[in-house]
Design a protein around this ligand. Structure first.
Ligand code: PMV
Length: 314
């Protein structure tokens, strides 16, 4: 067998995180600057199925037996592929994983790694999974990390398209006729998504009258943002980003550092800024143009962001 290579991008949530868990729409895009790559190669007869992580500190190798090992997301992904294809004896293959997507940083690393692994394995077995099956499979794996994820991460990563996502609704993509630039600031530490999602759920249960309108307004913002993007006016997104950020602050998922980073990005010339993803650490994004991007990047670096880069959306 010739070696088979499958890749999957990272993701960025533009609008609607958290509200999406409660049925509101959200917008997310693939982040192609970061990728997970899995190469499938055949090995000696009877050697079994192994996942190799050459970039990990101890050059880990994981053996895949049939079953359902939810302890390890990679092994579980491979097991789900075998189960989906009705294969009871693991093939003699090695799956070599490389990823430039930082772990647990809000860039969708978990979903990207599972998607690339499942694609490489299913292709090597001669039965590439269709998008819908792959999406369902990656969602199952996502549940290990996130408890009750909305499904936005796996959807944008599997379809590798800008996604207008409403939980439980069929896939809807959107177009970006005029690309735009975002500076992404990663804080270098993050809170597990199930914790922030749980905090918002508790708040919504405790104070429904105050919280439901906030979630509803975030949904409206996502719709307004989609219209601006699709009509080629992305430079008008700034105020919607600021408002979405303020509402996420109300939901308690921003923190002082995210608030400061967003304020500083604006001082340095960004048209708007917000946290992106689960919050309480993680990532923020700022809307910039060619001229303002360098100053915004610089100020975030000086403020202590662990990773700062500019990405073109669309
Ligand atoms: O923490 P991230 O980047 O995986 O984003 C989670 C997005 C939430 O809306 C907070 C949760 C979800 O499942 O949609």
């Amino acid at each position: 067998m010739k070696s088979i290579v499958a890749t999957a991008p990272g993701k960025l949530i533009l609008f609607g995180e958290h509200a999406v868990v409660h049925g509101q729409p959200a917008l997310a895009v693939p982040l192609t600057a970061l990728t997970a790559t899995v190469t499938a190669e055949s090995t000696l007869p009877s050697s079994g199925l192994h996942i190799l992580l050459p970039d990990s500190r101890h050059h880990h190798t994981l053996r895949v037996y049939p079953g359902s090992d939810t302890e390890n997301a990679l092994v579980y992904t491979a097991q789900l592929v075998l189960k989906t294809l009705g294969i009871t004896t693991p093939p003699d293959l090695k799956l070599i994983l490389h990823s430039t997507i930082p772990l647990a940083a809000g860039f969708g690393s978990g979903a990207a790694v599972s998607a690339a692994l499942a694609q490489a394995l299913s292709q090597a077995l001669g039965h590439p999974l269709d998008h819908e099956t792959l999406n369902g499979l990656v969602y199952e794996v996502e549940k290990i990390h996130h408890g009750t994820p909305s499904g936005i991460d796996n959807t944008v990563i599997v379809y590798q398209k800008p996604v207008y996502f409403v939980r439980g609704k069929p896939l809807e993509t959107f177009t970006i006729p005029r690309p735009f630039l975002l500076v992404v600031g990663n804080l270098g530490h993050a809170t597990p998504t199930h914790i922030t999602v749980g905090a918002v759920r508790e708040l919504a249960e405790r104070e429904p009258e105050r919280i439901q309108p906030i979630l509803g307004r975030i949904g409206e913002i996502a719709n307004q943002a989609r219209t601006l993007i699709e009509t080629g006016q992305p430079d008008l997104l700034g105020p919607l980003m600021d408002e979405n950020h303020a509402l996420l602050h109300e939901l308690t998922v921003s923190d002082d550092e995210l608030d400061q980073f967003c304020a500083m990005a604006k001082q340095a010339g960004a048209m708007g800024a917000k946290l992106s993803g689960g919050g309480r650490g993680g990532n923020m994004i700022a809307l910039v143009n060619e001229k303002t991007a360098p100053a915004v990047q610089e100020i975030l670096k000086q403020a202590g962001a662990a990773k700062v880069f500019t990405t073109q959306v669309g």
